[in-house]
Design a protein around this ligand. Structure first.
Ligand SMILES: Nc1ncnc2c1ncn2[C@@H]1O[C@H](COP(=O)(O)OP(=O)(O)OP(=O)(O)O)[C@@H](O)[C@H]1O
Ligand SMILES: [Mg+2]
Length: 284
């Protein structure tokens, strides 16, 4: 639907109990189709609560959430919303149910009533998109953490979602697994145009987003491009966050009179700066 924001959150407030404090406080947010948004924020700032409201797992206490124009409070739309905005959680072991990777991806399709004959091409496509085709007959519990998360993502992809909401999907993974999962999701965003909401505590991961939101006390405290957000070191510190490691390094070098751009965000940008500063360092 052209013109309608993919995700539209309007004056959203959420309380876990009627007399509990607000876990989310009057949030307004509009995410265009195809955007890659990272959400940062200290523990308890409201990230997971917001994620669960985005695909209708929780319903607003006040205000509204619309996905592709569908109101999450609309009983008739809730299954469409859950299918179209898939969630990936932190612990890969809690998301896999079958004894073979292929059956695990099939499980979600059975749940939404896809006819058995239509399943194989959808499953094969989802496994190919996540780079998991060669593992299709493996037992999920024998895969690495990163591979398990890619199977979880394949299970969602088979349902042909338009948005992926990932709540610290890399938190339990080693650096290689984190890289695999982030690269998979970036590719799905770039090549399939899937809208991504990427919740993380890793600042480096947020540098790859088009837009970064920082949450604090159930509100959106900052909203901008990674470069705009990570230039505000003091403000981030007030919100109990750091700048990404490579930004810290570039700033330290700058303080020691090295003529490096202080707004370097990640390894790729640091490498570019080193090449610029030190042509002699280049291998032919
Ligand atoms: N099941 C629950 N019942 C009651 N309050 C909850 C529940 N889950 C979260 N909260 C409260 O809601 C607020 C927001 O929590 P939320 O889990 O959304 O934060 P978060 O930003 O995801 O934190 P983290 O970085 O630790 O995952 C916190 O004050 C938290 O204590
Ligand atoms: Mg959380």
């Amino acid at each position: 639907m052209n013109g309608v924001p993919h995700i539209q959150v309007t004056d959203l407030t959420y309380r876990y109990e009627p007399d509990a404090p607000k876990a989310l406080d009057t949030i307004n947010l509009s995410v265009p189709r195809g955007q890659f948004v990272a959400i940062l924020g200290h523990n308890g700032s409201g990230k997971s609560t917001l994620a669960k409201l985005l695909n209708g797992l929780f319903l607003p206490t006040e205000g509204t959430v619309h996905i592709s124009g569908m109101d999450t409070r609309d009983d008739d739309k809730i299954w469409d919303i859950r299918r179209t905005a898939g969630m990936v959680f932190q612990n890969p072991d809690n998301q896999l149910v079958a004894t073979e990777v292929y059956d695990d991806v099939a499980f979600g399709l059975e749940n939404i009533g896809v006819p058995p004959d239509d399943m194989p091409p959808r499953i094969d496509e989802a496994l190919a998109l996540t780079g998991m085709s060669e593992f299709k007959n493996r037992a999920p519990h024998l895969l690495s953490g990163g591979q398990k998360q890619r199977v979880a993502i394949a299970g969602i992809l088979a349902m042909h979602p338009e948005a992926l909401i990932l709540d610290e999907a890399t938190a339990m993974l080693d650096p290689q697994g984190r890289k695999e999962v982030l690269q998979t999701v970036r590719r799905l965003n770039e090549e399939q145009g899937i809208t991504v909401v990427w919740i993380t505590h890793f600042m480096e991961e947020a540098t790859h987003a088009q837009r970064v939101l920082v949450m604090d006390h159930g509100q959106i405290a900052m909203d901008g491009s990674p470069r705009e957000i990570f230039a505000q070191v003091d403000r981030l510190r007030d919100l109990r966050l750091d700048v990404p490691p490579m930004t810290q390094l570039a700033r330290l070098l700058k303080e020691r009179d090295i003529d490096i751009a202080p707004d370097v965000l990640n390894v790729e940008e640091l490498v570019k700066e080193v090449k610029r500063l030190c042509p002699l360092c280049l291998k032919n």
